[in-house]
Design a protein around this ligand. Sequence first.
Ligand code: F6R
Length: 591
Amino acid sequence: MCGIIGYVSEGDCCGALFDALRRLEYRGYDSAGIAVLGEKGFSVCKKQGGVSNLASFYAAGNTGVGHTRWATHGAPSDKNAHPHRAGKIALVHNGIVENYAALKAELEADGELFLSETDSEVIAKLISRAYRGDLLRAVHAALGRAEGAYAVAVIAEDRPGEIVAARYKSPLIAGCGREGLFVCSDIPAVAAGAGYIAKAEDGEFVRIADGEICFYDRDLRPVPKVFFRPQADLGAAPSDAGGYCMRREIGEIPAALRRTFCALEKTDFAPCARALRGAKRIFAVACGTAYHSALAFRDAAERDVGVPVLCCTAGEFRYRPPLTERGDLVVAVSQSGETADTLEAVRLAKERGGYVVAVTNAGCSSLASLADFTLVMRAGAEIAVAATKSYNCQLLCLWYLAAEMLFFKRQKYPDWFSSLQKLPSAAEETISLFSEIDRIADSLKDAAAMYFLGRGADECTAREGALKVKEIACVFAEGLAAGELKHGPLALVREGFPVFMTATQPPLFKKCENALAEVRSRGGFAALFSQSEEALSQSCADVKVRLPALPAALMPCIAVIPLQYFAYRMCLERGLDPDKPKNLAKSVTVE
Ligand code: F6R
């Protein structure tokens, strides 16, 4: 989950590298580095900490590489930061070289000295040893020995104007931008200034030299590529563009829903009609927040379409008995479209004959390339590590998909379908409730743990609220089906223990209230979120938040917003940076 960039620019490339790294920072922010090739060889600056630590670095030269790191092998430190040097080579790497220990032992036995604890330095050494003036061949030879996943960008001291990059299971693009020709791990980092880009596929190599970008296959045969303009709305603002990205992105939920609804209305579902009509069961695969949206999809598809949905976290899908068969519909959800576990699950499902519908924010992502049909949500660039607006848009896309399924199966749309377009204004109304949430966060800032509960369609909201609080506010939080409370978790509830109940499903109000009564009778602090006047007025909760009213099936899209914001506020109360949560980075491209 590191970000990599390489530039061959018209003038000096240092500024372009730094700018791209600021936009790539969500990929990891424990260290960052730049190497620029100038007349006197390499100038390298690499430092533990964020990209801003490189702000004072400048070196003349039009060829360079940059990296922002999320540590896997070797702690965050100056020496483990990329670029790594070996002989005439400087390299940046995203991925994990799984056989690095064996390769390192072999190289050490042959006299090589390592300066870092990273797996990446092993590749730099291998390239350096293979290099005889032809950088492409040297990279090809070295990577032939690496197992695992990689996207690398490499420059050589005696080859100004040239970058060689390669990809295997970690994303890589190449393109032309205002500043020159580049390779990069992420489209959002370059989308704003890019003219045209093309994607490298697994096993491919890219060479930028003599003002051209050439792609090669695993046998170094040239591969023709279609260059395309990246989705402009994916252009990422740097994380220091003013205010916190997470807050900005929560505020963008109504606009993101509006854009997504318009895009869905223009989507032609006919190409997947057969798969939607014929599906007797659905596998929904995703990770983290996206997995929670899969849970919401299950609710709608089972209730309204009558098709069983098996939700599986993508990382587990491939290790379960492979039950997917021809005719099964596989719904894969991923904001980035680059999450390694989700991609592997989709590959497996396809091998077994499943028809894959992807829901992603990146229409040109690896997931979109693998899927049989792709629904592109229009959340816009999501830079904060914690997913917020993309979750709301995923729900909208998945419900729309469920509605299309029902249409193709029974030629009938569910009643709530037309209500989907009310989501943006309901989201706006919800945002106006934030001052109430500020007060709750203020009163709970010292809480050491908390529960989030919900039943039926509200369970996904409970789980998502808990995930946000964990990752952003660093407070232990558990999201539970409310009915489970009495089967064990109640043991922790004591004086002041916070319990957030989302209750938006009318048949379950009484059951939810019972759970809150159990909390209150043990002295716990109960907060209730509901759209129902009746549920709120009859509740024993300490704090009651009235949500805007929508058809119950759609409430998860709205009910989650106060919880997203609560996590953000708790994070600020505790003096943390919501855009740089501990130990996390966005777009998990390693398994
Ligand atoms: C949580 C979060 C993660 C992602 C997960 C999947 O806030 O962002 O849990 O949802 O890593 O990422 P995508 O959706 O890009 O596949």
